[in-house]
Every structure is written in structure tokens, then in C-alpha cells.
Design a protein around this ligand. Sequence first.
Ligand code: MLC
Ligand code: AMP
Length: 505
Amino acid sequence: MSDNLYTLIRSRIADPAKTFIETGDGRIFTYQDTFALAQRFANALVELGVQPGDRVAVQVDKSAEALILYLGVIAAGAIYLPLNVGYTLTELEYFIGDAEPRVVVCRPSVEKDLAPIAKKLGVAHCLTLGANGDGSLMDKAKAAAATFAEVPRKADDLAAILYTSGTTGRSKGAMLSHRNLASNALTLVDYWRFTRDDVLLHALPIFHTHGLFVASNVILLAGASMIFLSKFDADEVIKHLPRATSMMGVPTFYVRLLQHPALTKDLVKHIRLFVSGSAPLLADTHKEWEARTGHRILERYGMTETNMNTSNPYDGDRIAGTVGFPLPGVELRIADPESGKLLPQGEIGMIEVKGPNVFQGYWRMPEKTAAEFRPDGFFITGDLGKIDERGYVHIVGRGKDLIISGGYNVYPKEVETEIDSLPGVVESAVIGVAHPDFGEGVTAVVVKEKGATLDETAVLRALDGRLAKFKLPKRVFFVDDLPRNTMGKVQKNLLRDQYKDLYTR
Ligand code: MLC
Ligand code: AMP
């Protein structure tokens, strides 16, 4: 018996003529179309020499074809490696060098610059996939057969590697197995009551856990449909909401939709479920949403390494400011961050999780992997939380020095390293400051050399092209010294306090 996720997905589709994807501009992909194209992609990849276990790195615009390529890669037994379209060539060079993919798939506009880099790094083929389903990979797929016998995989074989930034500034590839993805998506189908009658409004990017695994795998395993928008745009979402039964989003989606005058109870009367995650949803947003639409947003908590860990209940109280209960099959505990000793119920400590959802480790980083697991197999999430007397998990902070901006993670170290390398800079500290749209806004505090003429615009201009846009500071400030404690460590809490009203006043 093969544990290939693709095989599982196929086995659950009773009606191949049913719509899987309807794009924003009305193109329909039935399940039959989807499987035929996925299999064409699989054949094309095999012709390119892709073997089971090979990585296929993909940095392309969101499209139905791009999502179907993911299915083709796993059908071929290869490992899907999606990359944020915001990543610059410098960032891509690191990922490609680290993952050593056999094939890189990029946007046609990027090929000219990326192909030589990929070649230098030993990648066998660099092909393209355009936003409209064009490109050289698509040409190959069209010429390939639509039938393909999917490659058998064991449950622990890898289906995907997703890079997540690290505290040291060096991104780590989280290795996710077929079991990791299948078990979590099946759990969510049941927990959130997805059936083939559902229509999910999908406006998330598909290179991260939320849009790729939570949203898309759940719909695939339920045999349901999606309205697939190329990106989040409040007007477009408003236009399509009346035909949807559910939507998943990061908090910024809900914040922006609340600013739209057309958001009313009537507009969303066919919706049965709104889900939020990837960053904290403010209790105020939760309440305002209920007042405007009559729906209580269901907040859940997950991460790249673990898929989804907890969820507010489908029936029962969805409590604002909490992330609900551990999902079935997921063990969750609160431990002392230093000693790892379990803490009594109600105390704040490190959230640790264990279960079939938890990843296989970081790609080629056995020491990093070992350091983030307890000896009994619990993964140390880096999130600080507590469990209340009713069993609801609350996230109260982060042990890790992480900023989450509009649902994207930014590790300060990576931005600080870039700023520190600029001529005229002595040092810098990058912090997250409350932001009305993005939740947290990346903010840099810089000490410059005496006489240096550097200003905010010059810093931002220098970083542009080196870091993805979402990582760029929204503001840069200059100070004489950074506050330090007696150990010499920068006191970011003091800086966060000093700038706390920056974006909200
Ligand atoms: C875009 N920009 C951002 C940004 N997104 N800046 C900071 N944070 C972000 N998230 C930049 C743009 O490059 C642009 O820069 C400027 O900000 C304004 O852009 P915009 O047009 O307002 O942005 P938009 O394209 O609308 O994107 C905002 C967004 C998007 C919130 C819709 O970022 C998004 O879809 N986020 C979802 C992220 C996500 O899926 N996370 C899940 C991770 S998985 P300029 O200079 O050009 O003006 C995970 C696990 C789990 O966390 O639990 O789910
Ligand atoms: P990522 O590494 O991109 O997968 O981001 C995972 C991180 O997002 C988690 O470790 C949390 O810090 C954060 N996160 C995800 N969901 C929530 C949530 N509902 N509330 C607060 N933080 C969340």
C-alpha cells in the first residue's frame, strides 16, 4: 500500500466531473482536469530526470496550474519546494544552493536572471510557468501523456520542504512527510466539517503552509471546490464571498475587509466558516467581525514545522484571543523554557507539541533539529502560552525573536545583518511594532558612524533587492546608542516600548 498523498487524494474523489478550482476570471478545473494536468506534469518531470526524493523548487505566481504542479511533483514521488515570489535573487541563491533541486521552476520574467544562478549551483533544468498557465514547463506538460502511475511512497517519505527563517538569520528547510500532510488535512476536514458541498474562497498565497496545506489539502481531501483568487484584494473577495461557504485568512484579511463598506450580514449569508491563523487575531477584530457579519471567526494555531496544532471548536465557544484546543492526535504541553520541566495548568511557558503532524526535521541540519526537540519527542515551538481552566490554549508571546507581518515571518537577525553590512552603520536592532494593517510592522533602529550621512531612504534603497519587500522596515530610526543590559545584550523590550505607538497614533 502506498502512502503517497496524491494517491489518497485521488481515492477520495467520487465525482471527477466536479469543479475543484474556479479561478477569479471564471476558468474551471474539474478534478478530472486537475488529475490529468498533474499527471502530465509528473510525466514531464520524469522525462527531465526527476527521481523519487529529488527536490523540485518552484517560485511562480499563484495560478491553478501552479497548485496542480504541486500535485504533479508529489505524484512523481519528488519533494515540492515552494518559494515566496517576494524572494530576491540573493535569497533564491541560498535556497537553491541549500536544497540542491534537480529542477527549478520560475516565472518567465525571472528566467533570464535565475537560470545562470541555478546552472552555477548544479541544477539540471530551469523551466518556467507563467501566471496564465504558459511557459516552458507547461509546453513540456502539454506534450506529455495524461496518465501516470503515481510513485509509491512510505508515510515518512518527504512530500515537501518549506523554508522558514531562523533565529540566526539562516533559513531552515522544514521537511514534511506524506503522513504529516495527510494526517493534518484529514483531521481538519473532520474538525471543521468540510464536505464536497463546500466552496472555499482562496485568496492566500500558495507557497506557505496556510494557503497550500491547510486550505488546498483540506479542499482536495474533502472533494470540495475553491474560488481561487490570484491574491488578496478586498474588492475581489467581497465580489466572490456570496458564492462561498468558507474562507481562510490571516488577520490582515479580516482587518481590511472590515474597512470595506460592502461587508454586511447579507453578503456572507451562505458562509458557514471563517478561519483565521498564522498570526494573532486581535480580540477587537474578532468582536467587530461578529457584530458586522454575525460570524465568530474560528482561530487556529499552527506553524510550518507542525502544520496545525490547535483550533477553536466548530460547535461550542470560539473564544477571542485564544487558539482553542489541541487537535485530535496532537499532544500539547506547557513547559519551562529552560529546564523543559512541565508547568502546572494555567502557568505561562513554552508550547511543545507532538503528533503525526510534526515534521521530520530541518533539511541537512541534524544539530538544529536535535536542539528543537525534547528527548521524549516533543517539538519546542518557540511560542509562549498557557492552557486555561477550560482547556483553551492562549498564545501570550514568543520566546523566539520573530516578527509576523501580515502573516509573513521576518527574523530580525536577517534584516539586522543586511543593515549592519551597509557602509556607515555601526549596528542595528530590528523590532516588531504594533501595526494596524499588518499586525506588526518591521522597524529598524540604527546607530551610524560619526559623520556618516546615511538616512532612512538610503537604508531602504540599499536593502531593496537584497531582502524580499515584506521584510523591509516600514520605518528606520537613528539613535546614538542601543539600550543594553549589564550582559551587553540589546534590550529590545525597551525599544518596543519606546516605539509602541509609532503606527497607531
Ligand atoms: C506585502 N507587503 C508587505 C506584506 N505584504 N509588507 C509587510 N508585510 C506583509 N505581509 C509590502 C508590499 O510589498 C508593498 O510594498 C506594501 O507592503 C504594500 O503592499 P500591499 O499591496 O498592501 O500588500 P498586499 O499585496 O495586499 O499583501 C498583503 C497581504 C499579503 C496581507 C494580503 O501579505 C498576504 O497575502 N499575506 C498572507 C501571508 C501568509 O499566507 N502567511 C501564512 C504563512 S504559514 P511596496 O514597497 O511595493 O509598496 C504560517 C503557519 C500558519 O504562518 O499557522 O498558518
Ligand atoms: P510560520 O513559521 O510561518 O509557520 O509561522 C508560525 C508562527 O506563527 C507560530 O510559531 C506562531 O508564532 C504564529 N502563529 C500561527 N498561528 C497563530 C495564531 N493563531 N495566533 C498567534 N500566533 C500564531
